[in-house]
Design a protein around this ligand. Sequence first.
Ligand code: URA
Length: 258
Amino acid sequence: MPKPLDPQTRKHLAARVKYYKEMGIHDFYRQPIDPSVELAVQPVAEAVPAKPQAPVTLPPVIDDKPSALKLIREDIGDCTRCRLHKGRTNLVFGVGNVNADLRFVGEGPGADEDAQGEPFVGRAGQLLNNMISAMGIKREDVYIANVVKCRPPSNRTPEKDECDTCSPFLMRQIDVIKPKVIVALGAVAAKNLLAVNDSMANLRGRWYDFRNSKLLVTYHPAYLLRDPRQKKEAWKDLQMVMKFLGLNPPAAKSTPEE
Ligand code: URA
């Protein structure tokens, strides 16, 4: 004889039957309970057949450079990964020819770049443009970006943790563009890209292998504005780049002027 149900369970079942009846369900089937039959414990895998799995879809291989760069920009998003976001007007992603053989990497946006969302558009940018045209090419032919994408307060040097937070995106940009030559503008760019802590005197004047590109270090245009005598030295660096890339300088060009 099955054990009678306790009042609580009876009440609960009655409410359930009423509910089903109200829904138009009038037939109920109850299996007789045989207490001598032990329920077999089945392995979960058999008891609960696995739902058919959706095929694993890998992210599409993006082989067109604009889409790959767009994805990096989307990954950066409305970035708050470091403290620099607090003072930013615009995030300065990078600009230029996605198929560029030559890529310049600066330090970080200044006031003009922050206002316009484009790297090297202020005075230092004007000098960089002149350096580029002295090489016989145009700004539109190269790609330009910075180590950090948000302006440091009062144009201070970006701190190590800020550079470390931002530089993975810079590396991804480099890997997409695959320039033949990267020119690191100034010590901050050079030290961050090469992960070394050396003086400009030691870093300049030689080629480095860097992520399938050649890398050369030269002075930052802002430094050249402060000390124009060093332009001759910077021009020597750029001539190394021109030789490597097979660029012919426009005739009668000595050193780039501001
Ligand atoms: N200095 C930099 O390093 N980057 C800029 O974009 C502008 C000035």
